[in-house]
Design a protein around this ligand. Structure first.
Ligand code: ADP
Length: 409
């Protein structure tokens, strides 16, 4: 085998001077350019001597890292450009300084080393770029999580802080009621009723805030008990019967397969979730509109649908409304009220419904052609709940099995 160590040493000074001059303008290796080039040349010589092109990898790795630090956003391979220039210089200097045959031998020997270097640089750059982008994404996700946590902490703190003065107002209102004289009763009672209504509404909002923070922190407890969907729906109808009448709405609960079967769930929480969905249907449907509750049985699940003839929801908003404070439209146009037409609340009803349904292992989503206050295309909310023949906790399941046995025996 022809030794080219001699020719390599021979052209080294010219090579260093030339490459330094060609590369000096390149920011990424400007600082330690001379040292770096000498190291590169020495490692290239060792790679030639040992026949192992990977000897160059440590210095290529350094170059890739420093160039990526500077030029990550440009997505150009600056080290590949550096290698191009170095190869050109090497070939030119070899031709100029060496005999023809020695130059050919040298070029032939170093070409595989360069091709290994190109491959290595490309792979390393891609790998480091992916790592850097993943780290950026990770950091962005952490920031978002942090923001969401602050929002959730704020809700929780605000709710608890509001609860104390609210309880005070309620207490003093009760005391005033007890102390008023018979003569003043009628007049004062009207005022007290006003205070009561205000505090009740405030209570509901504070409770919603607490529920949202429980859901956010995965602290919502589901107390599994036997429930019947048709009974829950009937309770929901009763809850809103006065409003339905006052708003001249037609409210229909269709009997559907599975709705009268026993399933296990948290009755109170499911009632709350269904109330939130139905109160929205009432809120966003003009007077004299129609609300129909229907459903069907699916393998392992029961689906409940609430369809209204209201203002509908834009497809772009259909995911956002399930996020906390995900209310749609102009905040200042919303009046505050639970059942008034378009009387938007704080935007916590659907996130709570979603949290409750998901804590049961179910899902909730909406279908609507779009938002149109004139045409009123309506919306259909779907609630999918797993049918459970026993509560998920083993202990309770055992307890209920025992009860069942004694009943049938
Ligand atoms: P809000 O307290 O504002 O009613 P929700 O979380 O219950 O909050 O609902 C979020 C938003 O979703 C509402 O502000 C409203 O814009 C929209 N929305 C919910 N239900 C309906 C519906 N049945 N028809 C039209 N829009 C609806």
């Amino acid at each position: 085998m022809i030794s080219i160590t001699g020719p390599l040493n021979q052209i080294k000074p010219a090579w260093i001077a030339e490459t330094e001059q060609r590369l000096a303008s390149h920011e990424s290796i400007q600082r330690a350019i001379l040292d770096s080039l000498i190291r590169y040349y020495d490692l290239m010589t060792t790679a030639v001597e040992c026949g192992s092109p990977d000897m160059l990898e440590p210095i290529l790795d350094e170059w890739v890292r420093s160039s990526l630090r500077i030029e990550l956003d440009k997505h150009t391979s600056s080290v590949t450009l550096i290698l191009n220039k170095i190869l050109q210089v090497t070939i030119r200097i070899a031709r100029e300084k060496l005999e023809k045959q020695a130059a050919l031998d040298l070029i032939e020997t170093i070409l595989p080393i360069f091709s290994h270097a190109y491959l290595y640089v490309t792979q390393r750059e891609t790998q480091l770029q992916i790592e850097s982008i993943s780290a950026e994404l990770e950091a962005a996700r952490d920031t978002l999580e942090q923001l969401d946590k602050s929002k959730s902490d704020f809700i929780s703190i605000a709710a608890h802080e509001l609860k104390t003065p609210l309880t005070l107002i309620e207490g003093y209102t009760a005391m005033v009621r007890e102390q008023i004289t018979k003569e003043a009763e009628n007049q004062v009672d009207i005022l007290l009723q006003g205070i009561d209504n205000g505090t009740r509404r405030l209570h509901e909002i504070v409770d919603d805030m607490i529920d949202v923070s429980l859901i956010d922190n995965n602290l919502l407890k589901v107390n599994f008990q036997p429930v019947w969907i048709n009974r829950l729906l009937e309770l929901v109808r009763q809850e809103f019967s006065q409003t339905i009448e006052a708003r001249m709405l037609r409210f229909e609960i269709k009997p559907f397969a599975g709705s009268n079967e026993l399933t296990f769930g948290d009755g109170e929480r499911l009632y709350q979730a269904l109330c939130n969905v139905v109160s929205n249907s009432i809120k966003y449907t003009p007077d004299k509109g129609q609300i129909s509750v229907d459903g069907r049985i699916l393998p392992g699940f029961i689906e409940i649908t609430v369809t209204d003839t209201g203002i509908g929801i834009d497809p772009d908003d259909q995911t956002r409304i399930f996020e906390k404070f995900g209310r749609v439209g102009n905040v200042s146009l919303h009046s505050s009220g639970k059942t008034k037409f378009k009387g938007g609340g704080p935007g916590l009803g659907l996130p709570i419904a979603k949290g409750i349904i998901e804590a049961h292992g179910g899902a909730i989503w909406v279908e609507s052609e779009g938002f149109d206050e004139v045409r009123c295309p309506g919306a259909t909310f779907h609630v999918l709940l797993p049918i459970r023949k026993e509560p998920p906790e083993d202990k309770l399941a055992h307890l209920f099995r025992t009860v069942d046995k004694t009943r049938t025996e």
